[in-house]
Design a protein around this ligand. Structure first.
Ligand code: HEC
Length: 254
């Protein structure tokens, strides 16, 4: 009994700091993502719009180093479209015959080039803060997609009364500590969508978050499909084994 009490007290003690931290940064609103739940799938149109937002807005600061342009074919871009999208970026290649490195338009097989040469250059351009690589950011942050979307829509200008911001910082409801070095990257109409979707702040935030979720976990749909088939198989197998058991024992008195 004493042991149980001690364990409960320990659990309570461990829980307390976590509860404190979550009241510090409120939980971001939960979005009804198309990929939520066991049967959820990505919306290809949304992923393509999200790529556009990344390429036109976020890429000027955030790298996406784990994604090769050819991966974009998986979200419904054709081979020609991918070649065109890649060619809008420049990558370093070489050395050439004279031993020099040179820049050339990116190809489908290239990875998305980083916007800065190194971390120091990135920090220098961003008031000392480092814009993290976005390849795995949705997996790396507590709250995942809801958190990323929350950050994008969670700015408050002016900040709530009584809050003094440090120089170059912005108030954000969902960023831990509330002071974020990233200026609000999105606002209504920041990009123009080719498919006619209205580019509100919330729409762009959702689209780019869905895209980054796909980048973090491109095999989410296959993984779930496999899981469902395994469970179906196990159900059928259980039925078969049960029928077999009844058959085998049918002429034994019991
Ligand atoms: C002008 C540069 C710039 C642009 C453009 C920009 N960001 Fe940022 N971003 C930053 C910096 C700098 C930080 C680090 C902030 C900090 O640590 O205070 C950051 C942080 C973030 C974070 C918080 C990460 C964390 O550590 O929890 C998210 C999410 C994010 N950016 C998403 C985006 C998205 C999505 C876009 C495009 C719509 C974008 N950013 C565009 C500079 C930028």
């Amino acid at each position: 009994m004493k042991k149980i009490l001690a364990a409960t007290a320990l659990a309570a003690a461990l829980w307390a700091p976590a509860a404190g931290a979550s009241s510090e940064a409120p939980t971001p609103p939960s979005v009804e993502w198309s990929f939520n739940g066991l049967f959820g799938t990505f919306d290809r149109g949304q992923l393509q719009r999200g790529y556009q937002v990344y390429a036109e807005v976020c890429h000027s600061c955030h790298a996406l180093s784990l994604m090769a342009f050819r991966n974009l074919q998986q979200i419904g871009f054709s081979e020609e479209q991918v070649a065109q999208l890649a060619a809008q970026f420049e990558v370093q290649d070489g050395p050439n015959d004279e031993g020099d490195m040179f820049m050339r338009p990116a190809r489908a097989s290239d990875h998305v080039p980083s916007p800065f040469a190194n971390e120091q250059a990135a920090r220098f351009a961003n008031n000392g803060a480092y814009p993290p690589d976005q390849s795995l950011i949705v997996k790396a942050r507590k709250g995942g997609s809801d958190y990323i979307h929350g950050i994008l829509v969670g700015y408050r200008d002016p900040p709530p009364e009584g809050v003094t911001l440090n120089e170059g910082m912005h108030f954000n409801d969902y960023f831990p500590g509330h002071q974020i070095a990233m200026a609000p990257p999105l606002s209504d109409g920041r990009v123009e969508y080719a498919d006619g979707t209205e580019a509100t702040l919330d729409q762009q935030a959702k689209d780019v978050t869905a895209f980054l979720t796909w980048v973090s976990e491109p095999t989410l749909e296959e993984r779930r499909r496999l899981g469902i088939s395994v469970i179906l198989f196990l159900i059928v197998l259980t039925g078969l084994l049960y029928a077999l058991k009844r058959q085998i024992w049918s002429d034994v008195d019991h």
